[in-house]
Design a protein around this ligand. Structure first.
Ligand code: NDP
Length: 478
C-alpha cells in the first residue's frame, strides 16, 4: 500500500517512494511511503503560511476540541498503533503500545493547555499606564524527528505547536514514516483547516534541508544526532529562525556501595538495554563503586542472560532487534572499538540468528573501562553499556560529569545525603534517584544541558517558551 504526503489538506503523491521494512523480519514490507520533492515541500510551506493568520485567531476552545479529538482516537487505537510501531521500529509490543499511549496523553494534555495559555498584567512605573504581557504563536514551525520514538516525538512537538496556534510541517525519519503517517491521518480527519498541519516525508538532505533553510519557516524543532543538530543550528539560526535541538546523551548511572542491589540491577538493565538501548536517555555509562563492583557486574550479567532477544511482536520478547543494518553496523563497530581499547566484553555483542531474518544483537556489557575511552565518550545508540569502576562517591560524581553531553543522569543509593548532593551537582537537565535514566513523564519538561540540547525545554508547560513569542502592551488608562 502506498502512503502520500499531506499538503494543504490533500493527500499528494510524492516524486518516488521508499519501502518501510520490519527490522524483526526484513522480508516484511509494511508499505511504501512517498518522498516529497523540494517543490512539494515549497507547496506545504506556502499552504502553512496561507493558513497561519486565521489559525492563530481561532479560539482556545476550537483548538482544545481538535487536539482532544486526536488524543481520543490515538488512545482508542493504541493497540493497533503500537503494533505498527513495533513492526516498523523494532521495540517490543509492550514498549510500543506504551509509546502510542503516551502520544495520546500528550494530545490530551495540550488540549488542556490551550485553555491555560499564560499571560501577565503588571502596573507601570509611570502613572496611568497598564502593562499586559501576552503570548502569541510563532507562526510556521518545521518539525524534524528521529526514528527511535516514531509516534511520541512527533506528538510532543506537534501537539504544543498546534495548541499555541502555530501551523506545522513535519518531516519524520524516513526509516519509520508509518507511525507519523498514521498520526497525520488522524489529525487530518479530526478536521483541522487545510494547511494548518502538513506531512512531508523523504530524505533529511532534501526535505529536512528545505525546511531548515526556507525563510518562511519561523522555527525549527529537531531531535536526532549531534552532527545533524549542529548543522541545522548553523543554518536555521544563521537566518534568524528560532531553534530547539534535542540531541544525544552519554548518560551516567552511578551505583554506590550502599545501593539496594536488586534495585541497581533492575534500574541498570532497564536504562541500558530496554528499547534495544536506542534511547537518547539510555544509561550507557555504569559508574560503580569498587566495593560492590563484582557483585553488581555478576548480578547484571545474570539478568542480561535471561533476556529474550527476538521478534518485537512475539510474546515473551524482552528486547527487540536493532532498527536497521546501518545502526547494527555502528553498534558492532563500537563493540570492536571497545575491545581494541582494552575494555573487557563480559557478555553479548554478537549478532544473533532468529527464525526470521532481522537485525538481532545480543546486548553487550563492557567492564574495566575508563571514562576516556571512545565507547564512553561517543553515543553508540544500541544495546551496549560500559562499567566504569570508581573508588568512591566523589570520583563517581566527577566521572559522571566528565562528558560533553548533559541529558540525564541517575544514582542508585540508600543515602539521602548522597542522593541530594548528586541531584544538586549532576550537570544534566534531568536526574533520577533509584530509577532508570530512561523513562520520563509526559507532563513535565524534558531536555538536557551542554552538548545534548539547545534552546528551551520540550514538553509539559515549559513547551510554551518555544512555541510562543511574547508581546508587551502598554495601555494608557482612560
Ligand atoms: P539524524 O540526526 O541523521 O536524523 C534525525 C532527523 O534529521 C531525521 O528525520 C533525518 O532525516 C533528518 N536529517 C538528516 N539530515 C538532515 C539535514 N541535513 N537537514 C535536515 N534534516 C536532516 O539521525 P539518524 O536517524 O540518522 O541516526 C543517526 C544517529 O543519530 C544514531 O545512530 C544515533 O547515534 C543518533 N540519534 C540520536 C537520537 C537522540 O534522540 N539522541 C535519536 C536518533 C538518532 P532522514 O534520516 O529521514 O534522512
Amino acid at each position: 500500500m502506498s502512503h502520500a504526503n499531506l499538503i494543504a489538506g490533500e493527500w499528494v503523491k510524492g516524486q518516488d517512494a521508499v519501502p518501510n521494512i520490519n527490522p524483526s523480519d526484513t522480508a516484511d514490507v509494511i508499505g511504501d511511503y512517498d518522498r516529497a520533492s523540494a517543490a512539494q515541500v515549497e507547496d506545504a510551506i506556502a499552504a502553512a503560511r496561507a493558513a497561519a493568520h486565521a489559525w492563530a485567531r481561532t479560539t482556545v476552545q476550537q483548538r482544545a476540541d481538535l487536539l482532544d479529538k486526536v488524543g481520543t482516537e490515538i488512545l482508542a487505537r493504541r493497540a493497533e498503533l503500537g503494533d505498527l510501531l513495533a513492526r516498523e521500529e523494532g521495540k517490543t509490543l509492550a514498549e510500543a503500545t506504551g509509546e502510542a499511549t503516551r502520544a495520546g496523553m500528550i494530545f490530551k494534555f495540550f488540549a488542556g493547555e490551550c485553555l491555560r495559555i499564560p499571560g501577565e498584567r503588571l502596573g507601570s512605573v509611570r502613572p496611568g499606564i497598564d502593562i499586559e504581557i501576552t503570548r502569541e504563536p510563532v507562526g510556521v514551525i518545521g518539525l524534524i524527528t528521529p526514528w527511535n520514538f516514531p509516534i511520541a516525538i512527533p506528538a510532543w512537538k506537534m501537539a504544543p505547536a498546534l495548541a499555541y496556534g502555530n501551523c506545522v510541517i513535519i518531516k519524520p525519519a524516513e526509516l519509520v514514516s508509518g507511525s507519523a503517517w498514521a498520526l497525520a491521518d488522524i489529525i487530518h480527519r479530526a478536521g483541522f483547516p487545510a494547511g494548518v498541519f502538513n506531512l512531508v516525508m523523504g530524505r533529511g538532505s532534501v526535505v529536512g534541508e528545505k525546511l531548515v533553510t526556507d525563510p518562511r519557516i519561523d522555527a525549527i524543532s529537531f531531535t536526532g544526532s549531534v552532527p545533524t543538530g549542529q548543522s541545522i543550528l548553523a543554518k536555521a539560526a544563521g537566518r534568524g529562525a528560532k531553534v530547539q535541538l534535542e540531541m544525544g546523551g552519554k548518560n551516567p548511572l552511578v551505583v554506590l556501595a550502599d545501593a539496594d542491589m536488586d534495585t541497581a540491577v533492575r534500574v541498570a538493565l532497564d536504562g541500558a538495554f530496554f528499547q534495544t538501548g536506542q534511547r537518547c536517555t539510555a544509561s550507557s555509562r555504569l559508574i560503580v563503586e569498587e566495593a560492590v563492583h563484582d557483585k553488581f557486574v555478576g548480578a547484571l550479567t545474570e539478568a542480561m542472560r535471561k533476556q529474550v532477544v527476538d521478534d518485537a511482536r512475539k510474546p515473551g520478547t524482552t528486547i527487540g532487534p536493532v532498527v536497521d543494518q546501518s545502526q547494527l553496523d555502528q553498534d558492532l563497530r563500537y563493540i570492536d572499538i571497545g575491545q581494541k581499547e582494552g575494555a573487557r566484553l563480559v557478555i553479548g555483542g554478537e549478532r544473533l540468528n532468529r527464525e526470521k531474518s532481522g537485525f538481532y544483537l545480543a546486548p553487550a556489557l563492557f567492564d574495566a573501562t575508563r571514562n576516556d575511552m571512545r565507547i564512553n565518550r561517543e553515543e553508540i545508540f544500541g544495546p551496549v553499556a560500559s562499567v566504569i569502576p570508581v573508588r568512591d562517591y566523589d570520583e563517581a560524581l566527577s566521572v559522571a560529569n566528565d562528558t560533553t553531553f548533559g541529558l540525564c543522569s541517575g544514582i542508585v543509593t540508600t543515602s539521602l545525603k548522597k542522593a541530594a548532593h548528586f541531584r544538586r551537582n549532576a550537570e544534566t537537565g534531568m536526574v533520577m534517584v533509584n530509577l532508570p535514566t530512561a523513562g520520563v513523564d509526559y507532563h513535565v519538561p524534558f531536555g538536557g544541558r551542554k552538548g545534548s540540547s539547545y534552546g528551551s525545554r520540550e514538553q509539559g508547560r515549559y513547551a510554551v517558551e518555544f512555541y510562543t513569542q511574547v508581546k508587551t502592551a502598554y495601555v494608557m488608562q482612560s
